[in-house]
Ligand binder design. Sequence first.
Ligand code: FAD
Length: 530
Amino acid sequence: MTDSPTIAIVGSGPIGSAYARLLLEGVPDARVVMFEAGPQLTDVPGESVRNIPDPEAKELARERSQGPQAGSFRSSLGIPESAVVEGMFTARGGTHLIDFGGEGSGHAPTFPAAAASTNVGGMGAHWTCATPAPAFSERIPFIPDDEWEGLVAEAEALLHVQHSAFGDSGIGSAIRSLLAEEFGAELPEGYGPSTLPVSGDPQPDGSMRWAGADVVLGPLIEAGNPLAERFELRDLTLVRRVEHDGPRVTGVTVQDLRTGETSFVPADLVVVAADAFRSPQLLWASGIRPRALGHYLTEHPVVISTVALDSERMSRYATEEQLDAELARRATNPADPVAAVNRIPFSEPDHPFSLQVMYAENPPFQLDPEHPASGNRWGFVNMGYGMRKQPRFEDGVTFDDGELDYRGFPNMTIRYELTDAEKAEIEAGTEHLRRAGAALGTFVAEPRLLPNGSSLHYQGTMRTGDADDGTSVADPYSRVWGYDGLVVGGNGLIPTATTMNPTLMSVAIAVRGARKAVEELTAREHAEVG
Ligand code: FAD
């Protein structure tokens, strides 16, 4: 390394953005170039599309993120018109299925809801912004507790996490009281019903400006900020290969999707944060193939339901005036479905699940006007339990050099199976959901297990580990074992079975990786000067 270091980042989601921010803040003369395969959706790069007030503009932003399923935008995203799309499942708005069923589609019959987002900000432009931290065995065993607390605190600051969002809602508080009546005695101190931490900035009118990669990038996208001068974001630019000379990574080969032109960008450090499926795919395509790459896939089996809140039970803890105040607040931003978000977090030994409870004045589907709960004045909750999937080598994504996908990468096949022990835990979680529903009111949608892949929280495919023993892809600082100058980031790093939304944990892992990379880049510079 002779000049100031160049860092290439693949992917502009919250994790790539955390690396960009921390590396530029930590290495005073470094330059960061971030490559993003998808388009920039909003004037502020990486902003949550949930903040777009106009419903049509919001829908358009979602469609433009849908890669091979982006309808009329497909050719402008560099996807051949000939790639046929015939999805059997509908992906969530802003995402596209890995197995969309047409030419160049991935294969995921046992994990059919697997999806991705292709846009500046990644899935972080579409997420629900729930940011709980892992607890008990969800944590990474080789990171000391006090260090972990510091990493989480920095991750929370990067994501603008609020611990008491909607904490003043009388309705939210009544819901917590009813859940505490039902479960309180069974749960350890500090792990009872509480408000769910969320990522965003409360506004004076009581609404929330939801956070995305924009807040993580922070000063990097602020006009006139000196850090912004050393940061470059190239949208619609696909990284085709991580180049390396033996174990030493030298840069990336990128394709400008507007012109089709391919070029080599030299870099002193490459950070691959291109999601839990496409990061391992890119490494595989680059000939970087650790044994664990793509394996040990986990997610959260999810059981969801909708409950009409019972007026008699709710009025034991909330007044009519509080309900009126809640409805008035909701009326200020009816397009935002999230209000008064509560949870019961994971705890061991008796509650190895995460419950998320979102209040809304209407159910998320059309209720028959004849239904007794139709127009329920006290409203509804959409509730779901996240359950555990234990990491196993045989669950994961493999890549076929002989069959290319619609982007020209070795195609993916996802294989995944729930074990009997996991099915039993899902059964137990479903029973808890029935109890929660009965405590709050009446089910208008009974608990149901969603198809595999529905959580959108894909973990384990690039696990971090404390030994290079074939069960992990990256070392404890997210550096790919056996390579120099290559760091990976994202939910794929999470090696444990977890039940909570993973982004905060992945940002905390990235903070650790970034601190180590800053140390190394700085030490190299000093060595060269000396
Ligand atoms: P991503 O955000 O997926 O970004 C990866 C980016 O890499 C993408 O933009 C992609 O286009 C780009 N890319 C891929 N390949 C290449 C390449 N070869 N070259 C260039 N660019 C490439 N998580 C939570 O913790 N809480 C929640 O409440 C929550 N709710 C969610 C709700 C929805 C609807 C969705 C879709 C997701 C939700 N998630 C939630 C998941 C959360 O969004 C992800 O955990 C988070 O975005 C992961 O960040 P990332 O940076 O690792 O990856």
